[in-house]
Design a binder for this molecule. Structure first.
Ligand SMILES: *Cc1c(COP(=O)(O)O)cnc(C)c1O
Length: 363
């Protein structure tokens, strides 16, 4: 049983679909064949439908979220990239971008805060926002203030650990991206990039054609339901199958929100504070939800903080039950653990983990 927030638990049907893909011979088809184009088209239509993505937004398959960071820097940034971040992934994004563009500006904020938007700035190039910061379990639920403050800018949003789990307000952003091994419940090896017509216009204006993954090359292939390189056809096959199985995102989103509240209540109210860290007689005063401000807590990644000893003890206890928790990440590596609240995780698994954590109370 795994609660790791990426690579994460895959949907249970994936096992059967892997065998189907082999049996159907899809693993050996040419990537410019009608069969492959058909699967690509169905997958893209399914994503539009189930995730409520606007008709005029383009969906591209790329190799990872990391690749999206670079595509944005290469193909959508004129000269300056502005990065709002409060954790490891947002910071990494800024570092990758710095190597590729003329200048960046970093605006960091605390884990219990929302970013402060200075409306006096005239940002009109690219604004980079990590909607769900997987490293510390925070989220920016409403990104519309960025659009309001900087109407000329291309708004790029990292939704790697929330796409497929929460409902997103697509019109508020121009570039959205994720990898499939997190909230989408699939094996690693593919990324999704979703672009508004404005983003495409900006790409045309910049006209970057220097790289194999220049956005215009990607786009020119995808309007024919083809790809700019031989893609991970198995991933496209799997995403098509899973997307046709799942409910509309509005339903998934409701369920995950309830579950997230369940988790936060579990650590705050229902059991004595920080019970999950009362292991082997270790006192756990400082242990509990890492994020105190309920307004910025993520729905899809629950972060629990504590002392190094406490965290070690909880991980040992769950490991003994064959349950994998997510390690802490970045500066919270040894002083937190994370629980994925992704749609592929089932009720019985959540109950089992809560049981094990409850039993760790040694009053
Ligand atoms: C995991 C993650 C990434 C990187 O994903 P890759 O698939 O390794 O490229 C980027 N951003 C966020 C927020 C993530 O959680």
């Amino acid at each position: 049983m795994t609660f790791y927030p990426g690579p994460s638990k895959v949907y249970p049907q994936v096992g059967q679909y892997l065998q189907d893909a082999f049996a159907e011979g899809i693993l050996s088809v040419n990537h410019r064949s009608p069969e492959c184009m058909q699967i690509t088209r169905e997958a893209i239509e399914g994503l539009h439908e189930k995730l409520n993505i606007p008709e005029d937004y383009f969906i591209y398959f790329i190799s990872s979220a990391t690749e999206a960071w670079e595509i944005i820097a290469q193909s959508l940034t004129r000269s300056k990239s502005v990065h709002y971040h409060n954790g490891a992934f947002g910071k990494k994004w800024a570092e990758y971008t710095q190597r590729l563009v003329l200048s960046i500006e970093e605006i960091s904020f605390g884990i219990n805060e929302l970013p402060i938007i200075d409306e006096n700035k005239a940002y009109d190039d690219v604004i980079c926002i990590t909607q769900n910061e997987t490293s510390n379990g925070t989220q920016i639920r409403d990104i519309s203030p960025f659009r309001t403050a900087f109407p000329e800018a291309i708004i790029a949003v990292d939704v790697t650990s929330s796409l497929g789990g929460i409902e997103l307000d697509w019109q508020q952003g121009d570039v959205w991206f994720a990898s499939v091994q997190k909230c989408l419940g699939l094996p690693a090896g593919m990324g999704l990039m979703i672009c508004s017509p404005r983003a495409l216009k900006r790409a045309e204006e910049i006209n970057d054609r220097k790289y194999y993954n220049s956005l215009l090359f990607i786009h020119e292939n995808f309007i024919k339901f083809q790809t700019h390189y031989t893609p991970n056809i198995l991933s496209i096959y799997l995403i098509n199958k899973i997307i046709s199985d799942i409910s509309n995102i509005s339903i998934i989103s409701e369920r995950l929100k309830k579950q997230a509240n369940g988790w936060y209540n579990f650590f705050e109210n229902n059991v004595p504070q920080a019970s999950a860290c009362f292991v082997s007689g270790i006192q756990a005063k400082a242990c509990g939800t890492l994020i105190q401000n309920p307004l910025v807590r993520a729905d899809t990644v629950i972060a629990i903080g504590g002392s190094e000893e406490q965290i070690k003890a909880v991980k040992a206890l769950t490991k003994a039950q064959n349950i994998t928790l997510g390690n802490g990440y970045g500066s919270w590596k040894n002083t937190s653990y994370r629980i994925a609240n992704f749609p592929a995780i089932e009720d019985f698994e959540i109950e089992k983990l809560k049981d094990v954590l409850r039993k760790s109370i040694t009053n």
